[in-house]
Design a binder for this molecule. Structure first.
Ligand code: GLA
Length: 401
């Protein structure tokens, strides 16, 4: 009897221990970025030319243009806001460019109902040679929390022999210790395959490639021989096979948007936006929002395309068919329908067909097809749907059973 009681007691204690260890203490950042983050970042258009006035005017434009209502939320200052460290090793904000400091800027963004992002680097210096975070992670995290920071992009320059996974785990631990929910954007360019560990270390998104450039195709090495400055298609091709790593709270990041920056045609920018939407990529605009042409405004504000990106199921789309320059990309949506991009990479208009079987549907399915750029229902189709697609262009659809 005594033995049975001791066995029961041991089993019971083991069960309690197992239950307690399964209940990880939840971090302040649990539940962030359940859909891909949307917002604006200074780098692609302004580089190091950042200032308090510019950021505030961009936030105003985000609201006035309707982009805030369309879902864009984060206003992120990239590199070059920081100039040095003081005698206590606190990070020093450029006093000329940000005369009222970061707390005031964060308060302004929050007063508009927006969120505040900053940038630093896991190494000794940022990519533009400003002070990095190495050895100051906890101190910086406390500072960011005090400023009201909601999003941190953490770059990978000047990291020498540092281990990427450990470095990003360290900054996540520091952010959590500071007690404020902060989205962590891992900017490691895909070198150490962050899709394999980014989620485990509490990253909410991770760059999968080198930097985007405002062009449709091609990829060039940096002057120092390292890789690369990537056109749209070069980045796109590097996303194939990564789709299973993305989901609510943790996203592959093919880099920020170039829509509106002038290096591509409007057709190509529509392609860029459609593909980033179907990839469940973060939609971080990178253009000057204060003087957008109506065509650019309409691309960034296409609510039907944004809805594909922000679909609650959180699936990343993938390439389901390819024949030379003609491709079909598809993404499963929460209601069982599929978003589809017909992409023509070639130099002349071509017909592209999507077969229901490539969407995981039976051929006899009667699918309702809607065009997300024309905002038009096109009718019901069985087996497949075909449409002419302009050179470098897309047709973007939903197919609903
Ligand atoms: C790296 C990043 C870019 C940008 C710059 C800033 O190149 O990949 O996105 O943040 O640094 O210097």
């Amino acid at each position: 009897m005594k033995t049975i009681r001791s066995v029961i007691a041991i089993v019971f204690s083991l069960l309690i221990v197992a239950t307690l260890s399964a209940q990880q203490p939840s971090s302040p950042s649990t539940g962030l970025a359940l859909t891909p983050p949307m917002g604006w970042n200074s780098w692609n258009k302004f580089g190091c030319n950042v200032s308090e006035d510019m950021i505030k005017s961009m936030a105003d434009a985000l609201v006035k243009s309707g982009m805030k209502d369309a879902g864009y939320q984060y206003v992120n200052i990239d590199d070059c806001w920081q100039v040095s460290r003081d005698e206590h090793a606190n990070i020093v904000v450029d006093p000329q460019r940000f005369p009222h400091g970061m707390k005031a800027l964060g308060d302004y963004l929050h007063s508009l109902g927006l969120k505040f992002g900053v940038y630093s680097d896991a190494g000794t210096q940022t990519c533009a040679g400003r002070p990095g975070g190495l050895g100051h992670e906890y101190q910086d995290a406390i500072q960011y929390a005090a400023w009201g920071v909601d999003y941190l992009k953490y770059d990978w320059c000047h990291t020498s022999t540092q281990d990427a996974k450990a470095s990003y785990a360290n900054i996540r631990a520091a952010l959590d210790a500071a007690g404020r929910p902060i989205v962590l954007s891992i900017c490691e360019w895909g070198t150490a395959k962050p899709w394999l560990w980014g989620k485990d270390v509490g990253g909410n998104l991770w760059r999968t490639t080198g930097d985007i450039t405002d062009k449709f195709a091609g990829s060039e090495k940096w002057p120092d021989g390292t890789c690369c400055s990537n056109g749209l298609l070069a980045i796109l091709d590097q996303q194939v096979g990564l789709e299973s790593y993305a989901g609510p709270g943790h996203w592959n990041d093919p880099d920020m948007l170039e829509v509106g920056n002038g290096g591509m045609t409007d057709v190509e920018y529509r392609t860029h936006f459609s593909l980033w939407a179907i990839l469940a990529a973060p939609l971080i605009a990178g253009n000057d929002l204060r003087n957008m042409r109506p065509e650019i405004h309409d691309i960034l504000n296409n609510k039907e395309v944004i809805a594909v990106n922000q679909d609650a199921l959180g699936r990343e789309g993938t390439r389901v068919a390819k024949s030379g320059d003609l491709e079909v990309w598809a993404k499963q949506l929460k209601d069982g329908s599929r978003a589809v991009v017909l992409l023509n990479r070639g130099a002349s208009e071509q017909n592209i067909t999507v077969a229901w079987q490539d969407l995981g549907y039976p051929s006899h399915l009667n699918g309702a097809v809607r065009d997300l750029w024309q905002h038009k229902d096109l009718g019901k189709f069985t087996e497949k749907f075909s449409a002419p697609v302009a050179s470098h262009g897309v047709v973007m659809l939903t197919v609903s059973p």
